[in-house]
Structures are given as C-alpha cells and as structure tokens.
Design a protein around this ligand. Structure first.
Ligand code: M6R
Length: 614
C-alpha cells in the first residue's frame, strides 16, 4: 500500500530517495517523509500530501540536505489520519533509531499499553511508531540494531515491509519482510532497498527478493540475510526485466490513458509464444508441471479481488462453457475466512495484477493448506503470489502504474482464454477445427482493440461531457458481459467518484428498475450474441421509463439506434472473448469522465495500487 525506498553508498541519497518516492507514489500518496543520517545527526522531514509537497518543504533547505544513508516513505494511511505527524519515518523515544513500515502491526495496542506503562509517550496515532519504540527498547538491551529488530519482530503480530536505520550504526540498513514486499537492489559499492523495483531500476537491475520471515543487514558493499531467529540464509540475485520507459508516462497525460492505449500490444504480449494459431493449440510452460492436475480437476476455483475478480467471473464462463470444467469464483477476502470445502482434486487459480494483494495471498495459502493445487495468473514477475504458487501464467502486461487497473484486466482475460483453449483441446471438449477458429479469433483481438481506441475516443469524450454532472450510473450486461458491466461500473466509481452499479441486465426488473428515470444513464453492453434479443427487451424497459441509454453495440447492429441515445460501435468478437474488446469503451468512458470532472485520474482519493493489508 505504501512505498519504501532506502539507500546506502557513496552518493548523496536525497535525490535518489525523492526520485524513488516519485516512482512509488502510485502505491500510496497521502503523506511522505525521509530520514537521513549525517555526521552523527538524524534528520527526519515529513509532510502530509503528495511527494511534491515533501519536495516543496525540502526546498527551503536550498539543497543543503545531503547524506550517504537515508530512507523515504510514501504512505497510504491505515492507523491515524494522513497528517505530518502520522507520516513516516517514525523514531523511538530517544530518537536513536528511525523506521519506515508498510503493513499493519495487529497487536500494536497491547504493545503500546505495555510501553506506556513503562513511561513511553507517543506523538502519532500510528502502529508504526509503537514498533519504533519497541525496537528502541530492544536496542537499549542489545546495542546492535540488527538484533534489536529481530527481537522486536518476534513480539509482533501482523504484516510488515520494514526498514530501520540507527544513529550509532550509520554503516547499515536493516530490512525485514512479512506479508509486504521488499526487495534489495544490489549496486556496485552501493545498495538499495525498496518495496517495488520501480523505485530503483534507474540505478540497478540486480535485485534480491526478501521472503516472509527474512531479515537483511545491508551495508554499502555487502549484505547478510537471515531469519528472525538469526539463521543465515543464502539468497539469489535476480534480474529485473522491465524497461525504464515502461514506468514513464511517455507523452500521455496520465498513466491510465497510456495503459489503455497499450492494450493492443499487451494483449498480443500475453499470447506471444503461447498461441499456435494454425494448429489451434496453446503452450503454457508455467502449467506444464501441473497439467495432469488440471486435466483431472474435479473443480476449478478462481479467487481474486476487484478488477481481477471480474476477470475471474469471465473465466468461469470460459472454463465451464468451453472446457466443461465446473468452476466457482470467490472474493478472496471472503474465501479466506469461511472454511471452504476444498480437496486435493481442486485447482485454485489466484488472479492478481500486483501479485501482492493480502486477501488473495491468504486465500491461496488457505487453499494450499487444504491440499488444493494453487496456481497464479499474475502480472508482477517475482511477486509473492507468483512465488508461492505451484505454477501459473504471467500475463506480461508490463508495469501498471495507474491505480485503476486497465491493461492488466484485458491481459488476464487473454490468459484465461488461452488456458481455456489449452484445456478444451486436452479434454476434447472442442475439436481441432473449432480450436483453430477460436485461435484465429483470439489472434484478431489486438487489431479490434486498436480499432476501438482509434474510432470511439472522440465520441466517448462527447458522452463524458454530456454526463459529467450526473451522480449515478447503471451498467448492465448479460453472460460474459455481465462482468464487463461490473468492471465498467468499478472503473467509473474509482476515478470519477460517481456512484455506479453493475448488474446482469435481466436482474434490473428485480429491483434496480425503481431507480430509472430521465436522470439515470444506463450503459448497456449489448453485442449481437445469443441473448441479444433478451437484452434488447431490457433496453425497451429502460426506454419506457425515460432512462438515458448508452449502448456498447456491434457495428452491424441496425436495431440499436431506435432505442439508445448514444451507440458506441465495437467490432463483433467471438462471445467469450468479447469482454476483451467490449471493456475498452468503458475504460475510456471512465477516463474521460474523470478528466471532465477534473479528478486525479492516476491517484484517486482513498485508493492505492496494491492492497497489501486486510
Ligand atoms: O493486484 P490485484 O489484481 O490483486 O488487485 C486487486 C484489486 O485491488 C484491484 O483490482 C482494484 O480493484 C483496482 N483498483 C481496480 O481498478
């Protein structure tokens, strides 16, 4: 949820940290701060607001801030409102150590009570400051910061990506991880620590992924990794694969718009080397070792959150209707706490862009503990879900920076379609000729997405202007386009703060129809498929109540103009692949609505890119 970056080495760390924070800001952006150690003095500066507010604050020092050891944090508030005091870093009572922390210390209240009884006083409302004081106490006993951190963490329940520096040990940074990602960037005579490779990829591509329960003592020229119980561990150095240009805006006004426009390429990247169009075959290396498990699966469970959950709902249609495998889709946050019946014959797919979503990770662990085969459909290479799964498929969408997920969604749908085709062929639920038709359909999708982007944008800008002042929206679709309606509504809510609901079109008459009047815009996703006529009846019902209709319809649909106020035309696409194309105008609509309402598109209020807390 929050961003962490730290540096130790010969260079001035201030610009390195501030640039790293800027790159991490999409992870959390309600306050930011830095701590530096220089000539035996701690310097802690922090500010509510964006990283730019911190930079403005630091400008008063006219560039005089400089240090070879430091760390910075950008926060998404959990405990305590976003203000200067609650911003990280936090120090112990005697300001001998400073810490930055992602995650939640669940037993902070009892630790705080105990420390208060012993005479500690706290400045902030955060759980992190309590942890700082606890580490400070341990430091008094050990005089060794690494041991102090380990001893304190042994008393802590909850999650952390933690970085600690100590005034009296200015030659090291301590990092520890449990449930919140942390990587060490290995440089030449300098080292980095970060919650995300984006923060340090300017400086090094060599990284070490810390695992849960691991602690690292990092100096400028080396590092030592160990467990909390001080058992030494050897770690491998891995290579970051993405390019710097992928985390830049590249001339677009917002990351979200850039990411929407990347989709013809990202969808193709998800298929590249995997889809054999002429043969109607799919090869997925990450599933090779679990192929038999998948073939014999009694049932597939897909679990995820938010947009990834919507992708899972489309997956249910694909797996059941094409590959004929019973499939259930669950919110990961519910799944993890409801003691689900799972057997070793179940295959559980975790879908996650970030690969770090706490609920999805926990759902996977629960399923694994119950004996299921757990597989990941993940974007971020090396993320926790990818590492903990027994196999899976990377979606290869590249870094997604906009908080509202767009290209990851269409890549997830593409991968789900690939898995479906692979399973359907292996299980003989479709013949080779049918598979070849589907493979050709899939291969044609990137061009169709490109067509939609090029041909609907101007019209969607006009629709956004028309509706930018409304307070509510309804999104309706049926079959595999019901999840598209849900996703369209979520996108609108997230970045333009307009209340929007997605429903299966036929459910409207069971309640939501009460909302329809001339002030209620209704978006219908209505391709010419097997249930077209049924959805058209739902359009009639809205029209009869003077609701205003925006239809996402196919180019050859001549009926739709009679009912809809606005018709956005998309190319016809094979039914279950249709969502990949049909979602594009809805992404554009939410984007241009947000622009028209002048909201912060890439950093919408209250949200964060990666939800690593419960
Ligand atoms: O990284 P994940 O795919 O696991 O994230 C799941 C949700 O938090 C995420 O999709 C969220 O709903 C997005 N903000 C949607 O735009």
């Amino acid at each position: 949820m929050c961003g962490i970056v730290g540096y130790i080495g010969p260079r001035n760390c201030v610009p390195i940290i501030l640039e790293g924070l800027r790159r991490l800001e999409y992870r959390g952006y309600d306050s930011a701060g830095i701590a530096l150690v220089k000539d035996g003095v701690f310097r802690v500066e922090k500010k509510a607001g964006k990283v730019a507010d911190l930079v403005n604050h630091l400008n008063q020092f006219n560039g005089s801030l400089s240090a070879q050891l430091g760390m910075g944090h950008t926060r998404w508030a959990t405990h305590g409102e976003p203000n200067d005091v609650n911003a990280h870093p936090h120090c112990d009572g005697e300001a001998r150590i400073a810490i930055i922390h992602n995650g939640i210390i669940e037993n902070y209240a009892s630790i705080k009570t105990k420390l208060t009884r012993e005479g500690h006083t706290f400045k902030s409302a955060t759980d992190t400051e309590v942890l700082a004081h606890l580490i400070g106490e341990m430091y008094k006993r050990t005089n060794d910061i690494c041991s102090a951190v380990r001893l304190a963490l042994a008393e802590v329940q909850g999650t952390y990506g933690l970085v600690v520096i100590a005034l009296n040990e200015p030659d090291k940074i301590i990092a520890a991880r449990r449930g919140s990602p942390l990587i060490i960037g290995v440089g030449d005579g300098e080292n980095f620590v970060a919650s995300d490779a984006a923060a340090i990829v300017d400086h090094t591509r060599h990284v070490i992924y810390l695992e849960d329960g691991e602690v690292a003592e990092i100096t400028a020229s080396g590092l030592r990794t160990m467990t909390i119980d001080d058992e030494q561990i050897e770690k491998e150095i891995e290579e970051v694969t993405f390019e710097l240009s992928q985390i830049e805006r590249g001339g677009y006004d917002h990351f979200m718009l850039k990411e929407i426009h990347e989709q013809p390429d990202t969808i193709m990247n998800a298929m590249r080397g995997r889809l054999q169009v002429e043969e109607g075959n799919v090869v997925l290396g990450g599933l090779r070792d679990v192929h038999d498990k998948l073939m014999n699966a009694r049932r597939i469970i897909i679990t995820a959150c938010g947009t990834s959950w919507h992708a899972g709902l489309v997956g249910e249609y694909l797996f059941e209707e094409v590959a004929r495998i019973p499939t259930e889709v669950e919110y990961a946050s519910e799944f993890r706490y409801r003691n689900p019946v799972i057997t070793k014959d179940d295959v559980v797919f975790l879908i996650s862009q970030s690969g770090e979503t706490a609920d999805t990770l926990a759902a996977g662990r629960e399923a694994k503990a119950k004996g299921a085969t757990v597989l990941g459909i993940v974007n971020v290479v090396g993320s926790s879900i990818a590492r903990e799964s027994s196999g899976g498929v990377y979606v290869h969408a590249g870094p997604e920076i906009g908080v509202a997920s767009t290209k990851a969604f269409t890549s997830q749908l593409t991968v789900l379609s690939l898995i479906t085709l692979m399973l359907a062929r292996s299980r003989n639920t479709i013949d080779k000729t049918h598979a070849q038709v589907l493979a050709r359909e899939m291969y044609a999708i990137p061009e169709k997405v490109k067509y939609v982007l090029e041909n609907t944008t101007d019209q969607i800008k006009e629709i956004a202007e028309e509706f930018k002042r409304v307070q509510n929206f309804l999104y309706l679709g049926r079959g595999a386009n019901f999840p598209v309606a849900l996703e369209g509504a979520l996108k609108l809510k997230e970045i333009s703060y307009i209340h929007a609901e997605g429903y299966p079109a036929a459910e409207m008459k069971h309640g939501p129809i009460a909302l329809i009047d001339e002030n209620m815009p209704v978006v219908f996703v209505v391709p010419k498929d097997g249930i077209y006529e049924k959805v058209m009846s739902n359009l009639q019902e809205v029209k009869a109540r003077r609701g205003r209709i925006i239809a996402i319809a196919n180019e050859d649909d001549t009926e739709i103009d009679k009912l809809a106020d606005f018709v956005v035309r998309v190319p016809r696409t094979y039914g279950y692949f249709g969502p990949i194309v049909n979602i594009i105008p809805l992404q554009l609509l939410s984007y241009y609505m947000a622009v028209a309402r002048e909201t912060n598109v890439d950093q919408p209020r209250n949200l964060a890119k990666s939800v690593t807390v419960e």
